[in-house]
Design a protein around this ligand. Structure first.
Ligand code: GDP
Length: 525
């Protein structure tokens, strides 16, 4: 197959949601459609008795939360689907933000009972930063959820995106009868508890078809009214607006009952973008360029404690990735080659000889690769936009076993390179770890002990905000750094960061220093 055909075939995306909205369930159902896994309907027992398809880490097994980001690929209707899974737990949201740099579109899952939740809003904000195309799946329609029009209003207002329903629920909760496909004008009737993939769609000529009344009884009138309202209020669906990140098509269903998932997947395959161009420090990189380029968006510790190597996940942006071929590691300025790169077909890891734009390969690494690193065939490209975001909790990390100081430092630096948390330094010796949640400190302690044989202690610090600072006026910057000396730390790239005790303190300092710019992430120009 030609390279352009390979590119056009690929759909690389992530499923995102507030925890518990149904991301894992939906992922499994999508994999089931693609033959990626054979069993379904056992999501809960999967979590307890065996590692779910998307889970990697031992911590996961212990706690039953998805800590790691994995990749799952499967063919569907002539396309190759790459799902980048993201951790559900909010303490690992930064991991999710980084994964969003490696996808071309997302599916956002919303719980019909809860509507827009905290993480839903944060994740959408990150999508908007990059104009990522978004499709929305309103899940759990088998439960007594909120009225659909009310949900749409809330989504539109809180997520600041225009919506266009492409399917519409017929009642909800105990009385949930199915969804009407507004696009294809057919009816899909709901059978609770159905766990196998099967065809069960009913074609209606139009909404006046008496078949509708036979099937859904008194709900037919309501459906007709709703649809008339939708067609009146919403513009017709524009793929162009969707691709520009300005319009999100909305689907209703129940992932647990495998309902409405096929509509979602079929539409996804039809409208979602193939691999897109990406910005670098030098120029825009198009996927169909002959030269290979890619970047690392995720590093993962090897689960096997006998092997200390790590897996770096590389998103391929252009050209062809080839096994054992020498590529330039741009940051280190040296040639590297990978003899056993992995892809993740179905439930299995397998060695790949070639991979194309949109694909993600896992590379065994002994500590040379960091998040954000670029590989090319010689050009000094650096892909933009893998920012660090402001952590919310800050603690000083102290070595608790002086005899194991080397292991301690190695462990801390490797774990922060993996993106488990952000490391800041103050002066020569003080190490500060910033996270978005307490759980990350537990992960660090656990992994330091189990993987590096080191011990640490965390001392709480009174900060809640971090801002990367810059100024066009070097004197103003210098003054601020001196004035706020005790609150200034440096990030992994030696950029100065100001830590504030509270939002109030932050705001008052911003007012006092109008010439200094305060950035919520590291990716400022
Ligand atoms: P995640 O945290 O977003 O990955 O959510 P999960 O997929 O783990 O789902 C959270 C809970 O919601 C689980 O108990 C699921 O069984 C349940 N769930 C998922 N989809 C549905 C649905 O369509 N209907 C109902 N009633 N429950 C669902």
């Amino acid at each position: 197959m030609k390279q352009t055909d390979e590119i056009q075939r690929r759909r690389t995306f992530a499923i995102i949601s507030h925890p518990d909205a149904g991301k894992t369930t939906l992922t499994e159902k999508l994999l089931l459609f693609g033959g990626g896994i054979r069993t379904a309907g056992a999501v809960k027992s999967n979590k307890i008795t065996q590692t779910a398809a998307s889970d990697f880490m031992e911590i996961e097994k212990q706690r039953g939360i998805s800590v790691a980001t994995a990749v799952m690929s499967f063919p569907y209707q002539g396309k190759l689907i790459n799902i980048l899974d993201t951790p559900g737990h909010k303490d690992f949201s930064e991991d999710t933000y980084r994964t969003l740099t490696a996808v071309d579109s997302v599916i956002l899952v919303v719980d019909s009972v809860k509507g827009v939740e905290e993480q839903t809003e944060k994740l959408m904000k990150v999508c908007r930063m990059r104009d990522t195309p978004v499709m929305i799946f309103i899940n759990k329609m088998d439960r007594e959820g909120r009225p659909p029009f009310e949900l749409l209003d809330e989504l539109e207002e809180k997520l600041q995106i225009s919506l266009r329903p492409l399917s519409w629920p017929i009642s909800a909760g105990k009385d949930f009868r199915g969804v009407y496909n507004l696009h294809e004008k057919n009816l899909h009737l709901f059978r609770p508890g159905k766990t196998v993939v099967e065809e069960e769609r009913l074609l209606v000529k139009d909404l006046d078809d008496p078949v509708l009344d036979q099937q859904v009884g008194s709900n037919a009138r309501r459906l007709r009214e709703d649809v008339a309202l939708i067609e009146g209020v919403y513009d017709s669906f524009s793929r162009e607006d969707y691709l520009a990140g300005a319009l999100a098509p909305v689907f209703f269903g129940s992932a647990l009952n495998n309902f409405g998932v096929r509509e979602l997947l079929e539409t996804f395959v039809e409208i979602a973008p193939p691999p897109l161009h990406r910005e670098t420090n030098l120029r825009t990189v198009e996927p169909d360029e002959p030269s290979f380029s890619g970047f690392v968006f995720k590093i993962h510790a090897n689960l096997d404690p006998r092997h200390r190597d790590r897996i770096a996940f590389l998103r391929i942006c252009s050209g062809t990735f080839e096994r054992s071929k020498a590529f330039l590691h741009v940051r280190q300025g040296k040639q590297v080659r990978f003899t056993s790169p992995y892809s993740f077909m179905a439930e299995k890891k397998q060695v790949v000889d070639q991979a194309f734009p949109g694909d993600v390969v896992g590379l065994y690494d002994r500590g040379d690769l960091k998040i954000g690193d670029t590989l090319t065939e010689g050009e000094l490209l650096e892909f933009q936009g893998i920012p660090s975001f402001s952590p919310a909790i800050f603690k000083e990390v102290v070595n608790a076993d002086p005899m194991r100081s080397k292991q301690f430092h190695k462990g801390i630096s490797q774990l922060t390179e993996e993106g488990v948390a952000q490391m800041f330094t103050q002066g020569k010796n003080k190490l500060i770890v910033g996270t978005v949640g307490e759980l990350q400190y537990e992960v660090i302690s656990y992994r330091l002990e189990h993987e590096y044989g080191a011990a640490c202690r965390f001392e709480p610090l009174p900060y809640s905000q971090a801002r990367w600072i810059s100024s066009e006026d070097p004197q103003a910057l210098e003054e601020f750094l001196r004035f706020r000396d005790r609150n200034i730390v440096h990030d992994k790239d030696e950029k100065p960061v100001y830590l504030a005790e509270s939002e109030w303190v932050l705001n008052s300092n911003m007012e006092k220093h109008p010439k200094v710019a305060f950035h919520t992430n590291s990716d400022f120009k």
